[in-house]
Design a protein around this ligand. Sequence first.
Ligand code: UDP
Length: 239
Amino acid sequence: MKKIIKRKRVLLKLSGEAMMGSLGYGIDPKINESIAKQVKEISKSGVEVAIVIGGGNIFRGLAAASQGMDRVSADYMGMLATMMNGLALQFALEKEHVTTRVQTAIEMCQLAEPYIRRKAIRHLEKGRVVIFVCGTGNPYFTTDTAAALRAVEINADMILKATKVDGVYTKDPVKYKDAKKIFRLTHMDVIKQNLKIMDLTAVSLCMDNNLPIVVFNIKKEGNLKKAVDGQNIGTVITN
Ligand code: UDP
């Protein structure tokens, strides 16, 4: 009988800001390349990788709505921004010879496949990196919630939440020198203390489905592999 080996399946949440680097707007090609190299490292080691990408480096619905724009239209524009990031990341990954598929929650058949869960899982099983774009496809949500939703749907073992700092701190480590790093938290701690790691809808979904979140710094090359391997480089959030 053929032995079935279950491989680790992870969902990487990349914010638009992660793609922006120090540019202030848009996509930094160097960061894009560095992220692609790190994703390649884990993918080639046999880990199944799905990615949910944000759009905040290009357009945020809430920000536009606060300046008077209709929230729903603004959110759709935000979701379109994630498509741009997704295509940029796909390009960077394929330059590294990583096979990818982009799946979108809003149909754009010239650009990407529509989101089909079973197809996404099949791609992952074949070793392809799947990039989910356009969030959940619904206004009033975030790509953090899309990450939690997709992770649960594809049965991921964990969410890897990429940030610019080495995990969760007692205060902002950029502003305060005495900020202390927190190595472990529960989902409930995050909700009760209103720690702004992911939005509450996303954290609740992870809590209800017993899905661990690892918060780590993607700016340091090699960190993604360490996070997947369970090394103590960030903050681990579990039930
Ligand atoms: N968005 C949305 N529904 C979703 C996901 C995203 O309406 O399911 C919109 C929302 O306007 C948001 C924008 O897309 O501001 C970009 O996503 P997000 O802010 O989550 O990106 P990130 O902060 O990760 O860069």
